[in-house]
Design a protein around this ligand. Structure first.
Ligand SMILES: Cc1cc2nc3c(=O)[nH]c(=O)nc-3n(C[C@H](O)[C@H](O)[C@H](O)COP(=O)(O)OP(=O)(O)OC[C@H]3O[C@@H](n4cnc5c(N)ncnc54)[C@H](O)[C@@H]3O)c2cc1C
Length: 408
């Protein structure tokens, strides 16, 4: 095997991997960095893929995470279109799909996740649309030249963002969700109910508590649901969640449990190996247990934490999780991590399209979900986990200034 050596090897050039390279150079890390990406494109942002990228007819340059010359200028050996295929931890070597190998001083998994594929007859077909990569989004753009009716499988963030986008482009949309609530894993019942109305108002048909039984193709697609409904459409978009890319880590003997297991410093049991972002399961102080999050903030802040550690400033990772989703005219922002059993307090805005749900555990504020209320969201990011006490009565009182509480 052709070999080279690198002080740091990062597998995966998504939000986490690229941020890690930038943060290391900002911390004056002088070592060599190799960044391996199995995708062919200059590393790009994923959130726009299910938002305005498709509508504005595919503008790739606007998506890049860093300008193309960033990598050479910062001495980063970016290897595009090459995957890491195996790791020998004793030899500290990563084997690559082009037959070469690279030896590392430290290795970081930033391998992200891939779309979950459901075992539905007819779904495993080249015409099934997805949204995870730039290539997926470009396939959707091309499909929209002929497709006028789409069945979206999955009522999570990406499926719903896509539903809004497609409706805005005049496409007929059916969303099929297995459980009785939209975004069930991630948001409170109040937010889920509001978004159900929102998507209906946009013109999507939402089928809750339904699974797709089969998909038949004969020119168009015929989608059969579990309760007997048949939907005639032109295409199916699969958005049924993701699974972390952990196989490579498991194969080289690292601990994997719904993600590559790391400690509070984001290091695996092997001191020469770390993991960040969608692929990493870490001890969350905000959840009080292991968590694996799927967000840009998580990938970026974990990358910064690892960069600090690798340049001599280790600090347990404790950043507050936050997230956003844009579904048509509704911008949802979440600060903190919700869990079942929290008490909901609604703070109303100027009209029905603006409000926040404050989620308390006793008198402790745990999470805030805001719809078209960025000021509430920004205040929540300062309040959660801080010493400042917000009572549920203050949260519910729209005339009470959250800002004044923070700046007091
Ligand atoms: C359509 C879409 C919309 C989203 N919208 C939002 C949003 O609005 N807000 C938000 O906070 N988050 C959003 N997310 C989630 C967010 O993009 C992810 O949480 C984030 O990209 C995670 O970053 P990461 O670096 O962990 O992984 P990724 O960005 O997924 O990058 C991982 C990279 O590693 C590569 N890789 C995997 N295995 C190998 C290997 N063996 N060799 C080489 N390369 C490998 C993958 O191909 C990929 O390129 C969205 C995601 C998608 C797909």
């Amino acid at each position: 095997m052709d070999g080279k050596s690198s002080d740091l090897v990062i597998i995966g050039a998504g939000h986490g991997g690229v941020e890690l390279t930038a943060a290391l150079r900002q911390h004056d890390f002088a070592g060599s960095i190799t960044l391996i990406s199995d995708e062919p494109d200059i590393p790009y942002q994923r959130p726009p893929l299910s938002k305005d990228y498709i509508k504005r007819a595919a503008n790739t340059p606007a998506l890049v995470l860093k300008p193309e010359n960033f990598y050479a200028e910062h001495g980063i050996d970016l290897r595009l279109g090459v995957s890491a295929t195996s790791i020998d931890r004793a030899e500290r070597t990563v084997a690559l799909s082009d037959g070469s190998a690279v030896t590392y001083g430290h290795l970081v998994f930033a391998t992200g996740a891939r779309n979950r594929t459901l075992a539905i007859p007819g779904l495993d077909h080249p015409d099934t649309l997805e949204l995870r990569t730039l290539a997926d989004a470009n396939r959707v753009v091309r499909a929209l030249e002929r497709v006028k009716r789409v069945v979206v499988i999955g009522g999570g963030f990406i499926g719903l963002e896509a539903a809004s986008l497609l409706r805005a482009m005049g496409v007929t949309v059916d969303v099929v969700e297995m459980v009785p609530r939209l975004m069930q894993r991630a948001v409170s019942p109040t937010i889920a109910a509001w978004f159900l109305d929102h998507h209906k108002a946009e013109g999507s048909t939402v089928h809750l508590s339904r699974t797709v039984k089969s998909i038949e193709r004969d020119g168009g697609v015929r989608v059969s649901l579990s309760e007997g409904e048949i939907i005639e459409a032109d295409a199916v978009l699969q958005a049924a969640g993701i699974v972390p890319n952990v196989e490579l880590a498991a194969e080289c003997g690292l601990d994997v449990d719904n993600g590559i297991v790391v400690d509070s410093l984001l290091q695996t049991a092997d001191p020469h190996v770390s993991a960040i972002g969608d692929c990493a399961a870490y001890p969350s102080v905000h959840r009080g247990q292991m968590a694996r999050l799927e967000s840009v903030q998580n990938a970026v802040d974990q990358a910064r934490a690892v960069a600090s550690r690798l340049t001599g400033q280790p600090k347990p990772y404790a950043d507050l999780p936050w997230f956003w989703s844009i579904q048509g005219s509704a911008r949802l922002q979440i600060a903190g991590l919700a869990r079942p059993g929290l008490t909901e307090v609604v703070r109303k805005g100027a009209d029905d399209t603006r409000f926040s749900v404050f989620l308390f555990d006793g008198d402790e504020l745990i999470c805030v979900e805001s719809v078209n209320s960025p000021a509430d969201h920004m205040a929540a990011r300062r309040l959660i986990g801080s010493d400042i006490k917000l009572t549920s009565a203050q949260a519910a009182d729209a005339t009470f200034s959250l800002k004044s509480l923070i700046s007091a």
